[in-house]
Design a protein around this ligand. Structure first.
Ligand code: HEM
Length: 505
């Protein structure tokens, strides 16, 4: 086994790795190294390599119950369970009912699953099959890799830099509209406001605002019940349970059908109008495949609309809630970010090009995504027996990779429970390959990551320019909620004015 020390200043470059983001935001690193064996003082990483003859350590999860296997522990205490698995090996086998699942704990092996060996680990299996009831053949849930490749090529231009000034203008208008009614001492339910902002931003960018606002609201109202149903189907390994005529099952079926109906209606209204729109839906309807010249089928457009709303809303809202909660508790950090904003923007609203001039705000967002990654688990399927790190994974099994577990690993991030923005400030070492994965990795990596970062930075900037949000006197912050996403749960902050009036444009 080889060991090497890598410091911030001698980062290797890997042309196949993901590019640096627009806002100088560091993605998962690109060193050709394996799992971290320890870390010396200062900011260097010490790594050991799986290359050569080293075989990954395979563990077996011990807390197995009859019928449910280890699923009970995963359902009841998911985050504790994930951390315990970490102690057992680089790859840990456990049972989800009668399903065989491998937790891939080693970040380099996780990188291998999602990039180098991705053909052996496609999307599929029970988790994705349950999610397909909503996303169908959309980008996130399609199991047809060639369709995915085509769709990804068609949809990438939606996230081209040239579209960002318009997106950011929509983000600005949304936040200003929503916060314009706040008064000094206003008690704000932050989790609801964050959700309201992310849905309204999406509605503005996807469907030119007004047209989509009712539909998006209906969609978002039903979304939690549908996602709850999908979660139960993905995690409770008893399919017969979900066919019983219970109130929960009936509600799930009804709400799912309504979401699909609302989406169809929205697309039909958009197409029927005389107006031309410069929005994402128009771009989806007009996108043509370079090779065939064909546009997407109606059902594909439907699936992509459902996918974008589902993938973008809750994740971004949860991150915004977490960031505001951190800043409410850390008055010194809040003051420093407000000072950075004042220095760069004075009283002006942020524009696209400003975002890269705000390293502290960017670090707050990166660190929030590290400590509180909304998508805390991703899964892949193993259709054929496959070797990973020298361990044979059985055909028909699943692989789970957890951003939460990686991000809370003391060997990858020293003092992992501390919210430490210096990890992301200029000059800090880049995390090792596969260590920092809030947006996933490889060809199925989040297509909206830049959009999410821009929205988070823009929203936070406008909030912090105008408002100081503090915990209520004697008020307690809620317990985090782990479901499909990792969220703050409901909580209220009190808004006091830093200065009056909306930012100048
Ligand atoms: C903080 C916010 C967000 C987080 C943490 C997040 C996280 C992720 C992660 C981890 C994946 C990969 C899942 C996997 O490998 O199985 C993913 C995929 C995806 N995300 Fe996001 N996401 C966010 C915001 C957004 C936004 C704003 C959009 C769209 C505007 C979006 C659209 C998508 C889509 C379409 C996919 C599927 C990509 C593919 O399979 O090619 N996400 N996201």
């Amino acid at each position: 086994m080889t060991t090497s020390v890598t410091c911030g200043k001698d980062r290797e470059s890997d042309p196949s790795g993901p590019p640096q983001t627009q806002y100088g935001w560091p993605h998962q690193g690109n060193r050709n190294r394996s799992h971290v064996a320890g870390r010396p003082s200062g900011s260097c990483f010490v790594r050991s390599s799986h290359r050569g003859n080293h075989v990954a350590k395979l563990g077996v999860s011990p807390w197995r119950l009859p019928l449910v296997g280890n699923a009970w522990h995963l359902l009841v205490h998911p985050l504790t369970f994930l951390r315990q698995q970490r102690e057992l090996g680089d790859i840990v086998e456990f049972r989800h009912g009668n399903r065989r699942v491998y937790f891939v704990n080693d970040p380099v092996l996780a990188h291998e699953v999602l990039t180098g060996q991705r053909a052996n680990f496609p999307k599929g299996g029970p988790v994705i099959n349950a999610a397909r009831a909503l996303g169908r053949n959309g980008l996130s849930t399609t199991t047809d890799e060639s369709l995915h490749h085509r769709q990804r090529r068609l949809m990438q231009p939606l996230f081209h830099h040239s579209r960002f000034p318009a997106y950011i203008a929509a983000m600005r208008e949304t936040v200003e509209e929503i916060t314009s009614s706040w008064r000094e001492g206003e008690k704000v339910r932050i989790d609801s406001v964050a959700y309201q902002i992310s849905s309204a931003v999406l509605s503005r960018c996807l469907f030119s605002g007004k047209l989509g606002s009712n539909a998006t609201r209906d969609f978002m109202t039903l979304y939690p019940s549908v996602v709850g149903g999908i979660g139960r189907r993905a995690t409770l390994p008893m399919p017969w349970l979900h066919r019983l005529p219970t109130a929960a099952n009936r509600r799930y079926t009804r709400d799912l059908a309504t979401i699909h109906r609302v989406t169809d209606q929205l697309i039909a209204d958009h197409a029927a109008g005389d107006e031309t729109y410069d929005d994402i839906l128009s771009a989806l309807l007009e996108a043509r495949d370079d090779d065939t010249g064909k546009t997407m089928s109606e059902s594909q457009v439907h699936d992509e609309v459902v996918t974008l709303i589902s993938a973008a809303s809750e994740t971004t809202a949860q991150t915004l809630s977490w960031a505001l909660r951190v800043l409410a508790k850390d008055t010194e950090l809040d003051r420093r970010v407000a000072a950075e904003l004042q220095g760069v923007l004075a009283n002006r609203a942020p524009r696209h090009q400003d975002l890269q001039e705000l390293p502290l705000l960017s670090a707050v967002v990166s660190e929030t995504l590290r400590l509180y990654p909304p998508l805390w688990l991703v899964s892949r399927y193993v259709p054929n027996e496959t070797e990973l790190g020298g361990v044979l994974l059985r055909a028909g099994s699943e692989v789970y990779i957890s951003a939460f577990a990686n991000h809370h690993d003391a060997e990858l991030f020293p003092s992992p429970e501390v919210f430490d923005v210096t990890r992301w400030l200029p000059g800090a070492p880049t995390p090792g390959r596969g260590a920092y994965i809030p947006f996933g990795m490889g060809t199925r990596k989040c297509i909206g990551n830049e959009f999410a970062l821009a929205e988070l930075m823009t929203t936070l900037a406008i909030f912090l320019q105008r408002w100081r949000l503090s915990p209520q006197h004697g008020g307690r912050l809620s317990k985090p909620k782990v479901a499909f996403t990792y969220g703050t749960g409901p909580f209220t902050l009190v808004a006091s004015q830093r200065r009056s009036g909306p930012p100048e444009h």
